[in-house]
Design a binder for this molecule. Structure first.
Ligand code: PHB
Length: 406
């Protein structure tokens, strides 16, 4: 068996002139609810990302972050619209850079996955590509009770949203991020335009694959235009996932047809001088924060993307679940010279994951019950590095509460 250290995983790769990675193990974006009530990054987040960027030349993709107050609908998720948020993020990107590593920020808007009660508290509308296509009846009941029913964006609202994405990208660059990653996966707002199950529009943003992809592509173009450097822009897609009420694998129109179009449009931009930093793709084994059954996962695979997209691909989804064999990591990184592997859950419980894989050290199991404890350090910065004894449950730091950085 190959040891990981002798595979492409530990070979350097440049994703642009300014982003030279020393290895190909990426921190996947992870929602953790450790920002403040006002959506400002906290001291706990600073420590979390410091710990996970310690190996120089690492790429850390940070958690999905709201582009504007309108994009929210979950508590304690960070944002990137206010001066305080930008200042707080700056402290985090500075730390990552001091460690010799690189930071990518995921730009997020929830659309119909927002919680209607959180939107009501924040005085925001409940929006999607189309009116009235709720994910479930509970959301419908609550939204109607709060007099905030789900409405499809108007054409002028769409124009404003596209500008909001561009401004958020600029804010992220101002905050020191090396890359902005457009979150177009997992049934959130952009995916609600792309996939027909949520999009029943009859105008230029609905109907054909081209029309449904238009919101996504207009956002890509507006961001490139705004920050004048495509190499700082990336995108995440999840063709197979059923997260957020998407059909994914079971779409009437096969996901390769829909996402094949999207990716060929992105390659067209690359051919015309606007090469994105990377495409991040979720494996059919994962859907949002869940693992998919082997039977359903086996209905998809991502090999086709390499025929269309000629740039860097980051793949994510249960790659460490067969530790210490890592057979999927080895298979996929050895297949070509442009694949990076993103790890989520095991990066939570192994701050030194890069060193563990490099040295063949065993992994600490993660604890899902502590993934989402609002503002708490419990299950967050209390995981030992290899060789340290206390488990996270009796660590002295577990009781700390998050304090905003600005
Ligand atoms: C989640 O909060 O569960 C979540 C966030 C972003 C994703 C998937 C899941 O892409």
């Amino acid at each position: 068996m190959l040891s990981l250290i002798s595979t492409n995983l530990f070979k350097p790769v440049a994703i642009s002139e300014n982003i030279e990675l020393s290895h190909r193990l990426v921190h996947a974006p992870l929602t953790r609810y450790r920002a403040s009530k006002k959506h400002v990054p906290t001291d706990l987040m600073l420590q979390y990302y410091d710990d996970r960027s310690k190996t120089p030349g690492s790429l850390v993709i940070m958690e999905a972050t709201f582009i504007s107050p309108k994009a929210g609908g979950y508590d304690n998720v960070p944002g990137i619209w206010s001066k305080n948020q930008i200042d707080a993020w700056k402290l985090i990107t500075n730390k990552v850079h001091q460690n010799g590593s690189f930071a990518s920020l995921q730009l997020w808007a929830l659309g119909r996955q927002a919680k209607p009660d959180v939107l009501a508290n924040e005085n925001q509308k409940f929006v999607s590509s189309s009116s009235d296509i709720y994910i479930n009846d509970l959301d419908r009941e609550l939204a109607e009770k709060l007099d905030n029913p789900l409405t499809g964006l108007t054409l002028s609202e769409i124009d404003q949203w596209i500008q909001d994405y561009a401004q958020a990208a600029q804010n992220a660059i101002d905050a020191g991020f090396d890359v902005v990653e457009i979150h177009a996966a997992h049934g959130y707002l952009i995916d609600q335009f792309v996939q027909k199950t949520a999009n029943q529009r009859t105008d230029e943003y609905g109907g054909s694959i081209e029309n449904r992809s238009k919101f996504l592509l207009n956002i890509v173009d507006a961001i490139i235009d705004k920050i004048s450097d495509a190499k700082k822009v990336a995108i995440r897609l999840s063709p197979w996932a059923q997260h957020g009420g998407m059909k994914g694998t079971f779409s009437d129109l096969h996901p390769i047809a829909t996402f094949g179009y999207v990716i060929s449009e992105l390659q067209k931009r690359a051919d015309n001088g606007n090469q994105l930093a990377y495409i991040s793709i979720v494996e059919p084994r994962a859907s949002g924060n869940q693992t998919v059954s082997d039977e359903i996962a086996s209905l998809g695979d991502n090999q086709w993307i390499y025929h269309i997209w000629k740039g860097i691909i980051i793949r994510a989804g249960t790659y460490t679940s067969d530790s210490p064999k890592y057979s999927n990591i080895i298979k996929d990184v050895q297949n070509n010279n442009r694949t990076l592997i993103a790890i989520g859950r095991h990066f939570v419980s192994n701050p030194d994951l890069v060193q563990r894989l490099k040295n063949g050290w065993p992994l600490t199991d993660y604890d899902r019950s502590t993934f989402y404890i609002i503002e708490s350090n419990f299950g967050y910065n209390d995981w030992p590095i290899y060789g340290d004894t206390p488990t996270h449950r009796d660590n002295q730091f577990s009781n700390k509460t998050a304090v905003p950085l600005a």
